[in-house]
Write a protein that binds this ligand. Structure first.
Ligand code: ADP
Ligand code: CA
Length: 579
């Protein structure tokens, strides 16, 4: 009987083909669960694709049960932080090998993880879950600078920023909060005012890669990061193995990683443990309940003498197999640096990079048309190199040389215009339970009560609360006073305490000049209902279409408007804007 393997890919899964290819070679059928079939995934390696909403674990498990009922699932695997808690839930539901749900959850949530490490006496950086910016400053004043701020459930160093004094901390905190909001990062149900603040740990960085069977961890290899990461941002560069460490120090670090794995309660699967080691000692930064990310996992091919992926699947299938042992020589991977923001036009120098002696793979993780942002805003890497050599020095040299040959050609970011016919929305009425109303009949005081807190929360949340409200009030008056450019008349739609939209029109085109939904109310359909309310009103007044100007950094918004039926306009459709 052919065995079926269920792959759970988060939205940032890198180099997904390696796992799928291993399943093919083992004659297993492949079922992929994810938000979409990633463009970097070869469709011919996927026997079946199941679209799921990754933010709804209950539905993901339900879908897995359905798949299992139709055709038995023999193993479930995930390779990224978003996928691991879901894979753990599926494994528990279907009785398959995996990490326990609580352990996978703790590895995903940095606050829970740190609490477990503290309870087990594992050395970690001092930390606090700050209530807000002022609280972060109070904590840092007491504990000392430098500090590092980071999202509670981030990955790939997105939003991780070092601050050396109060002014830098305030700036970093606001920037982090904006990154969390704009990207809709998972806060584990907490307010997005709350972010993690840690003491900065000086030292070099290493990662210990482990396999865990029946709760027993064993080390596969130790990577070092030869280039210092001192901030203010922590974009990853080179990983190389074997780490150049004295035997005793290496044993201590491996022991520490094993204790960390036990503290989390990981059971069957992989663990990626990151540590910082310097004059203050060795500290665990974090442990992921998974294999090292994307292209770095490719490196196993060169250090273990064989691909790691068939072994990953055998562990997930519950087969008793010996882990592969590290071979002679060295190998490494490099995340290609992101030097400037822009829309990708072309990637040059790939072939020249491949020709550098020692280079094994050049893997691109982006395609023309995509928006590239430098860290800390960026959420994934745009490309990878791998190399093999006699020593870590050789590997580092090859990676640096090859990386210098690759050039990402970008064009400046510009706004895009999206259009939609609104005549079909004329009879739309929002669901009554959303309580959407206009400001018709409101005096200014009532209008302020309704609008200001919503605009403050959704547009100015990065400012201290009082300042945010002042700015929001200005915003309301600005529109009320008729400063609407030439896009009047305008109309406010409000769902009290939940969301707000401001519509306007010029000629036969209407616009959403402002749209805000408070974080706890997102994904409830309120944003859609607000936009459709604006369309309905102006369609009744004779408008034919709605135009949306989408800021290039707000890719999340594009998905929203695409779902609502908007299409990217060509220059013939509208007057080209530049913003
Ligand atoms: P992520 O989940 O985004 O990878 P991490 O907690 O691993 O978040 O942080 C990313 C990087 O930021 C680390 O690899 C490290 O280089 C740096 N970093 C994070 N926390 C600290 C700290 N307390 N001291 C020094 N560097 C840190
Ligand atoms: Ca990390």
């Amino acid at each position: 009987m052919t065995r079926q393997i269920l792959f759970v890919f988060g939205s940032q899964a890198c180099v997904p083909d390696d796992g799928l290819l291993a399943a093919r070679q083992m004659d297993c059928t492949t079922t992929v669960m994810g938000a979409q079939l990633a463009c970097c995934m070869s469709a011919e390696l996927v026997d079946r694709f199941e679209r799921v909403d990754l933010s709804r674990p209950d539905r993901v498990v339900e879908a897995a049960r359905r798949i299992h009922a139709a055709e038995p699932v023999h193993a479930v695997v995930a390779y990224d932080d978003q996928g691991t808690p879901l894979a753990a839930r599926i494994a528990a539901a279907l009785g398959l090998p995996g990490h326990p749900v609580e352990a996978a959850d703790a590895a995903r949530d940095k606050v829970m993880m740190k609490q477990r490490f503290q309870a087990a006496g594992i050395p970690i950086a001092p930390f606090t879950l700050a209530e807000d910016e002022d609280d972060a400053v109070r904590w840092a004043d007491k504990n000392g600078y430098p500090v590092v701020v980071k999202p509670v459930r981030g990955s790939a160093s997105q939003g991780v920023i070092r601050a050396d004094d109060e002014e830098e901390l305030r700036q970093a905190y606001r920037r982090l909060r904006r990154i969390v909001q704009e990207n809709g990062l998972d806060c584990g149900g907490r307010s997005d005012a709350q972010q993690l603040v840690e003491g900065y740990i000086d030292g070099s960085e290493l990662s210990v890669e482990l396999v865990v069977r029946g709760g027993n961890p064993s080390v596969l290899c130790v990577f070092e990061k030869p280039r210092p990461l001192t901030g203010p941002f922590f974009e990853e560069t080179i990983y190389a193995t074997p780490a150049r460490l004295a035997v005793e120090r290496r044993q201590d670090i491996e022991e520490l990683a094993k204790r960390g794995v036990a503290a989390l309660g990981l059971r069957d699967g992989f663990a990626h443990c990151e540590v910082r080691s310097g004059s203050q000692g060795t500290f665990v930064l974090e442990i992921g309940a998974r294999l090292i990310g994307g292209a770095c996992a490719r490196v196993f091919r060169y250090v273990l003498g064989e691909d790691i992926h068939p072994y990953v699947l055998r562990v997930a299938l519950g087969e008793e197999v010996e882990p592969p042992r590290q071979a002679k020589g060295a190998a490494g991977a490099m995340m290609l640096p992101i030097t400037r923001e822009g829309k990708l036009k072309a990637v040059q120098g790939i072939e020249r990079a491949r020709q550098v002696p020692g280079i094994k793979d050049v893997i691109l993780n982006t395609s023309p048309g995509e928006v590239i942002l430098p860290f800390p805003e960026q959420s994934c890497y745009i490309g990878f190199l791998t190399a093999q050599g006699e020593s870590v020095e050789d590997v580092e040299r090859a990676l640096s040389e090859a990386s210098g040959r690759v050039d990402f050609v970008v064009e400046p970011l510009a706004c895009e215009t999206w259009l939609r016919d609104v005549t079909d929305q004329r009879s739309y009425r929002p669901p009554a339970e959303l309580g959407i109303r206009t400001l018709d009949g409101c005096d200014l005081q009532r209008a302020e009560e309704l609008v200001v807190p919503l605009v403050a929360a959704t547009y100015f949340a990065e400012f201290p609360e009082t300042l945010g409200r002042v700015k929001a009030a200005h915003c309301l008056h600005w529109f009320e006073d008729g400063h609407r450019g030439d896009t009047s008349p305008s109309a406010w739609f409000v769902s009290e305490g939940r969301g707000v939209a401001l519509g306007s029109a010029r000629g036969d085109t209407c616009y959403v000049s402002l749209l805000g939904v408070v974080p706890g109310q997102r994904k409830t359909g309120l944003g859609e209902a607000l936009v459709r309310s604006v369309m309905a009103l102006f369609a009744e007044k004779g408008c034919l279409r709605m135009e949306i100007v989408v800021e290039p950094r707000q890719r999340g918004n594009m998905a929203f408007f695409r779902r609502l039926g908007f299409n990217l306009a060509t220059c013939d459709d509208h007057q080209c804007c530049s913003c």
